[in-house]
Design a protein around this ligand. Sequence first.
Ligand code: GLP
Length: 255
Amino acid sequence: MEVVVKESYEEMSKLSAELIAEVIRRKPRAVLGLATGSTPLGTYKELIRLHKQEGLDFSRVITFNLDEYVGLVHGHPQSYHYFMSENLFKHINVNPKNVHVPDGTAKDIPGFCRWYEEQIVKTGGLDLQLLGIGSNGHIAFNEPGSSLGSRTRIKTLDDKTRQDNARFFKNMNEVPKYAITMGIGTIMDARQLILLANGAGKADAILKTCEGPITAIVPATIVQLHPKATIIIDKQAATKLTREYPAEPRVLVLA
Ligand code: GLP
């Protein structure tokens, strides 16, 4: 695991987009695991710029999103389907057939989750998984206490997560109570991980993730076990770290 501390959100986003772009340049049919939330927005903006100005080609790229709220239709402005379409997919040349976002409206949720896992395996597995982190240390919607070996499944959201995400909804009652999420085991099977965090609100979770013991109570700590994980954070998210970390990764491409 490598921790890289950047001066700003913009620099964090640029580096993360560059690492993703490098994976696509090396393997045009790359299988990317994508994340939602405010954190990866800058990365997506930069990927869109790389596509439009430097011809980064997504035509063969395959994507799998981490998670989706249960019960929100795909066109709901707070659904992750809508988020991904608005903030990335409609601006690049990805083939809609290659895009996968968990279906929060599935009638048979366990069946859907099994199918989702099978699709990831069928495409050859995730080459790179992009992650944000919740203020309670969750990754995707794997809340504190989630099995570190879990697979894609339905999860009840923590009160803290619902409060954090309430800003996007009219009121707390509208915030969904459940989500479909890739499991921690699913995420750990990706060949490379990038975990992003910015802002002081993530400093505690980042301290535990980078320097704390591995525990299901802070699901993000599992990335310490991944052989090719890069944690890219801004200065504010780094304020509680006790060790010095570089501003550049050792190698741009984790071959
Ligand atoms: C949600 C998502 C996570 C994301 C987290 C943090 O809970 N399921 O994947 O990492 O929010 O969101 P933000 O980036 O807005 O802080």
